[in-house]
Write a protein that binds this ligand. Structure first.
Ligand code: HAM
Length: 421
């Protein structure tokens, strides 16, 4: 191979076996989002660097060291590959005045880019499904998003393996106060902080609470608790949110160390976590971010949303037998007339919802049947000279090896009875 022509570290090819799961997940998401009246939106993969700096926060890891930013050679614009979809989605909604006098309920999917240290479940190009609701201030909206998530997990059969972690990170003002308290607390334990935490002490002390460093767990668990410092109003709202979860039967864990790695949140934040994915355990995360529109220079827009990591969800589902796509058939032929007859039968079968490959070559029957097996076909439809004379097809079922002859007119019904019945 020519030197250098390899894939980029942390950016993966998607192969057919996984692609089938992705397609299934996206199809399911489209259906479930549709049932909750969420419409699909899309926006460019590249955005102004300033959009992400302002939205995500210039002191966050994502902006500090993980953004693929570059200067457009043609006009000098500072651009970046989107590290997430929320800022882009809100920008599209606000710029086009889409919340004028109405709500917006939107979902999207696509690649995101972060220059992280790659490991299983953490990639530099990864894919998210984002779900965002704009224009609603009540906690019932958070509940709605979580119910939508739960419905997806139920359909995928992974509901039992996920835990919902929730927390509130209060208003901007409340966070400012807490920030000061945290800086004082961690400063008094400066000798016990690791390099990462020292670096974060003044820029983003909340992230210290999120440390994975086991040696710092006791300092972190003795840190002042944010909830006690919140106003009664914020506390009441949070309790109300928790009771909506109880009432609708969504089990949760109140994780008061959950702070999130993006700066735009206020109020409720959440993460769906799996214990089957090792250290990259969050499969979906989100929360309320009412302040973001204003921060980006637009008028105020209430907002709640979440993003699902497609790679991580697909990994969780990889041992599940998901409902497959159309059943595959292979058409094997001997002679040119049989080849054309099978093409015409294949056209009718495809219209009826079957997937059909007509063997694209001239090979012995044995070789054609081998191909059928390689492509995961359930049956081979064989036409040779005698079948043409009798206006029939010989059907070989690959699992059992059974062979049956059936006339052209009865073919479709016979296949339905034998393979879909
Ligand atoms: P996030 O927590 O950065 O939030 O990402 C959401 C999910 O994307 C994670 O829980 C994880 O499943 C997946 N993910 C993140 N980074 C990677 C990576 N490097 N490799 C593989 N998967 C990854 C957001 O992006 C927010 N925009 C969520 C949101 C939407 N908040 C409100 N609306």
């Amino acid at each position: 191979m020519s030197s250098g022509l390899y894939s980029i570290r942390g950016m993966n090819d998607l192969f057919p076996d996984r692609a089938r799961l992705w397609d299934y997940l996206l199809g399911l998401t489209a259906r479930v989002c549709g049932e909750f009246c969420y419409d699909r939106i899309d926006f460019p993969i590249v955005g102004p660097t300033a959009l992400f700096c302002r939205a995500i926060g210039s002191d966050t890891d994502i902006v500090e060291k993980e953004m693929y930013s570059f200067t457009d050679n043609l006009n000098g614009d500072k651009l970046a590959l989107r590290p997430e979809g929320t800022a882009c989605c809100l920008r599209a909604v606000a710029e086009n005045n889409m919340t004028y006098g109405r709500q917006q309920r939107l979902w999207y999917h696509g690649p995101m880019f972060r220059h992280e240290r790659p490991q299983k479940g953490r990639y530099r190009q990864f894919h998210q499904i984002g779900i965002e609701c704009f224009g609603m201030s009540h906690e019932y909206t958070e509940l709605e998003i979580l119910l939508l998530n739960s419905e997806l997990w139920r359909c995928l059969g992974i509901g039992d393996s996920l835990e919902l972690h929730v927390n509130t990170i209060g208003t901007l003002e409340e966070r400012r106060l807490y920030r000061r308290v945290l800086v004082d607390y961690f400063s008094s334990h400066i000798d016990s902080l690791d390099d990462d935490s020292r670096r974060r002490l003044y820029s983003n002390p909340f992230r210290i609470l999120d440390t994975k460093n086991k040696g710092m767990q006791s300092i972190v668990s003795n840190a002042p608790t944010f909830f006690k410092m919140l106003t009664t109003e914020t506390q009441d709202r949070y309790h109300e949110f928790l009771s909506t979860l109880t009432e609708t039967g969504i089990p949760y864990i109140w994780n008061n160390r959950l702070v999130r790695g993006l700066d735009y949140y206020n109020g409720v934040v959440f993460e769906w976590v799996s214990n089957q994915l090792g250290s990259q355990s969050a499969v979906c995360a989100g929360g309320r971010y009412d302040g973001l529109a204003k921060q980006l220079g637009y008028s105020n827009i209430y907002a709640v949303g979440c993003a699902i990591g497609i790679e991580r969800i697909v990994e969780l589902c990889s041992d599940k037998i998901l409902p497959g796509g159309a059943i595959r058939l292979y058409a094997a032929h001997v002679g040119i007339e049989a080849f054309y007859k099978l093409h015409s039968l294949a056209r009718d079968l495809r219209l009826a919802g079957w997937s059909v490959i007509v063997h694209p070559g001239v090979d012995p029957l044995g070789a054609q049947i081998k191909r059928a097996d390689q492509f995961g076909c359930s049956a081979v439809l064989i036409i040779g000279e005698s079948e043409l004379k009798e206006a029939s097809v010989c059907i070989k079922f690959l699992a059992s090896g059974q062979q049956v002859k059936i006339c052209f007119e009865k073919l479709q019904q016979f296949l339905i009875d034998s393979l879909k019945g």
